[in-house]
Ligand binder design. Structure first.
Ligand code: SAH
Ligand code: DHB
Ligand code: MG
Length: 224
């Protein structure tokens, strides 16, 4: 009942606020056809990611967890000319479908996908002195969010924005005894954030066609 209503409201808001988007529709169809799980951000959340890219004038975006490239496309479309997005994905099938979707969406000129375990890619990026990135979207395995946070911090600059998906996990995040390693991963991430003086953070619970979850937003403070 609640889920029905949340989905109806998402559909209503999408219809009012988002222009018809045959390309994103096709991206979802291709991902579904390839057997990818439908765990990409919602259309409204995708637009939020794009708006954030635009609002901070991001020119360099890092994504951890690509899936079929839906959220990456939402952000890449909002980049200014010359802007770049790098996305990290471990699953070869997801990576292949995403590459095809980047072409489909006409963003393959500004999007690069790096295959492999994200933590290894982040370490390589540190070694290469890549970045700094203006925005990082954290959305891969929840168990490793803390390590991704620590590794990304070195790739950000004062004023950079960190966005993390799935920080509420159907409300399970409040259960310290949860046997779910994903919940424990998110709790460890939030504990780590609470001890991080370089970031100022907030989180919003969300309901919609993806159930009950939450988006975390954090900004790297100016050095002091
Ligand atoms: N951001 C996407 C959804 C990502 S789903 C969107 O909204 O469109 C999470 C993705 O993280 C999956 O594709 C999964 O394969 C990937 N993933 C899981 N563990 C990973 C790891 N260790 N390194 C890189 N990617 C990983
Ligand atoms: C899962 C992962 C996600 O990033 C998400 O938004 C929803 C579900 C999952 O691994 O089940
Ligand atoms: Mg997610």
């Amino acid at each position: 009942m609640e889920q029905d209503r949340w989905s109806q409201v998402d559909a209503y808001l999408e219809e009012r606020l988002l222009p018809p988007d045959p390309v994103l529709k096709e991206v979802l169809r291709a991902s579904d056809q390839a057997g990818l799980p439908p765990i990409q951000v919602s259309a409204l959340q995708g637009r939020l990611l794009g708006l954030l890219v635009e609002a901070i004038g991001a020119r360099a975006v890092l994504e951890i967890g690509t899936l079929g490239g839906y959220s990456a496309i939402c952000m890449a479309r909002s980049l200014p000319p010359g802007g770049r997005l790098l996305t990290l994905e471990v699953d070869p099938l997801h990576a292949r479908v995403a590459q095809e979707n980047f072409q489909r969406a006409g963003v393959d000129d500004r999007v690069r996908l790096r295959r492999g375990p994200a933590l290894e890619s982040l370490r390589a990026l540190q070694a290469e002195a890549a970045g700094p990135f203006d925005l990082v979207f954290l959305d891969a395995d929840k168990e490793s969010y803390t390590e991704y946070l620590e590794a990304s911090l070195d790739l950000l600059h004062p004023g950079s924005l960190l966005v993390a998906d799935n920080v509420v996990w159907e409300g399970e995040v409040v259960d310290p005894a949860s046997p779910d390693p994903r919940v424990q991963g998110i709790r460890r991430f939030l504990d780590r954030l609470s001890r991080e003086p370089r970031l100022t953070a907030t989180a919003m619970q969300t309901v919609g066609n993806k159930g009950h979850d939450g988006f975390l937003l954090a900004r790297v403070l100016p050095a002091r």
